[in-house]
Design a protein around this ligand. Sequence first.
Ligand SMILES: [Mn+2]
Length: 274
Amino acid sequence: MAFLSSRPAPRPAATIIGVPFDATSTFRAGSREGPAAIRWASQSIETYSPVLQRDLDDVAYADAGDLDVAGLTPEQLVTVVKDRVGALDASLPLLLGGEHTITIGAVLTLQRRHSDLAVIQVDAHTDLRDTYENQRISHATVMRRLLDVVAPLHVLQAGVRAGTREEFAAAKRLRYSASRLEIPGAVWSWLEPRPVYVTIDIDALDPAEAPGTGNPEPEGVRGRDLLAFVRRLGLLRVVGLDLVEVSPRYDPSGRTAVLAATIIREAILAIVKT
Ligand SMILES: [Mn+2]
């Protein structure tokens, strides 16, 4: 099953790639089933966005299916994602996780292509540990690994409300880090001329609206506010986006997957120029 109205195209403006990897998930795994759940849920929503007044039927975007990541180590996973996103060339990558680790390979490739790349992370967690359970590459160290190649002042965090004292101290080095979603005007102005990669961890949302995730955190952002945030991304030069950590086994009503599919629709309609 492919995402909603996606279709093969010789030069798709955007390409959806599922990355069903959850090998480093510690508390409870299951996000490897995320891409399939988001595609399934996409069948329940309209292609038209009345807010954006745009229709997915008018966008040439493809769904390339899932990467074969079964049994890979985290290091191998990074390489596989890096190579696949690199091969997309001009098509905008839209990755469906999978755990948050999938972001690293995408940013490594895009940072090479855009040396002034900025990264916006929407997440409940800071993900700034240097190691987690003796692993350097893990869902809990994603942003720290990105700081190996992206300058701290090129990284922004929104929605963060969980992490260690050390992580929150490290977050002070970033361009922006806050539990709220709205990016202040001065920071937004700094972002505007730059290529931007956006990584959205579904656990940024309040567990009441998105229970289907491995590490839910109370006091989350509202779904409608995240959708508004995603629509505003159309004002930026987004060169890649991922949505990670949807875990359908904790999502019996399917509401997390439906919200995730809606986020992807609005992201495509907002950021893919036709
Ligand atoms: Mn998270």
